[in-house]
Design a protein around this ligand. Sequence first.
Ligand code: NAD
Length: 493
Amino acid sequence: MHETTTVDAAAGVLARVTGKLLIGGAWVDGENGVIDVADPATGRTIATVADGSVADGLRALDAAVAAQEAWARTPARERSVILRRAWELLQDRAEDFALLMTLEMGKPLAEARGEVAYGGEFLRWFSEEAVRIDGRYTPNPEGTGTMVVTHRPVGPCYLITPWNFPLAMATRKIAPALAAGCTAVVKPATLTPLTTLAFAQLLTDAGLPDGVVNVVTTRSTGALSDAILADPRLRKLSFTGSTPVGVALLKKAADGVLKTSMELGGNAPFVVFEDADLDAAVDGAMLAKFRNIGQACTAANRFIVQDTVADEFVRRISDRVRQLTVGPGTDPGVQIGPLVEPKAVDNAVRLVAEARQHGAEVVTGGAAIPGDGAFFQPTVIDRVGADMSVAVEEIFGPIVAVQRFTTEAEAVALANATEYGLVGYVYTQDTRRGQRMIDLIDTGMMGLNVGVVSNAAGPFGGVKRSGLGREGGAEGIHEYLETKYTLMPTPYA
Ligand code: NAD
């Protein structure tokens, strides 16, 4: 019975997504045909979307450029109202969006519903920020002039999103861009384009004028992006994805001296001190590791546990991990869905095999699950070495990898022994130690006795090779604004 309902609901939700490109308010075919979109739980094609050409991409940029001036002049209150309406429509369509994300990406429905709530908050937050873009009017220190500082939209933006949070990564860019008065070309990940297409339709339904947001899906990602980045009319690139691709894009953006925001990879340390509340630490660890099947840039990648409590931590977390229910994200009660594609399973297999070969101990799990879907067993590995691939690379799968330490200084050194610096998690009941960790762990974000930090009101972003700029919070809108300073003579001279 339940199964039939889901199948019907899936057919309905998929039928409502147009698989075309959105350019200048019109849904159009791609010049290069279509791309299949697969359900990672079954490997079956569930939809097709347009395969846009380089020329399609440039037409999308034409549309964004044409719409820029009028959108920048649209009163902030009107921009705010459209974003607010989009948030309201998203609440009405929450179930559709949740199911769509589960179908194209694999995350369990409960988590997909969580992403609708989280992703939606960027619309509500930036609808509130749109009307608070302020400036300064002040005498200069010499008293000879008046200084005026204003903020203006940076101009047409190119927004590239990853597959792991198909809705939230789109709203986290689109909402501040629109609030600031920028137009955009959006390119979702080729694995998960359906949610962005449905969201673009929602924006149209919320009253967004034609051409303000354009969406291109393509298999020619590199060529299409190169052409857009090389066009001098583009003023901003915001990218979320892997560090190697981000670095390559930064180099291309340098030619146009584009304003850039880069949300790149992570390798989060999750440090557990002997003075931690161990129950809370295990709860936090389950969230920090298994949310999104471990496929989050914020996922705890390295569990760094004080040796006096490490055996107990490993025992407790292994018990919890053995109880996780694995299956298609649409099945009720499932906690761990498939990985996004078979390649991701191969990667998890490689990481575990290499760790085992170098002396780590697989406590539970550690293998791919046979069948059509891209499933991997929830896994715990103990006695991981800091130089093993499972500690050095982003795991992006359901694997808890535990390293042990003796002193606080050792914990800090291990936590910082990575090229990444997105987020760190620390569990301790010693407030002074917690304060030291905030200072000493070199990341853009920190969870102190919590396992998830993401919040539309917080500035999300990393240091080192994890990125540039911040999304969300009061900071997020400034990524889409330029500062203009004007000097005029004092009116009193
Ligand atoms: P990816 O780098 O493979 O792809 C990201 C996007 O870039 C996709 O839309 C892809 O089509 C596009 N892309 C790929 N090659 C390109 C090229 N040559 N030119 C232009 N665009 C190109 O990353 P992914 O596998 O989709 O996502 C996972 C990665 O994203 C992980 O490294 C994860 O840590 C990171 N991520 C970071 C954050 C953050 O906020 N820091 C959030 C989510 C994901």
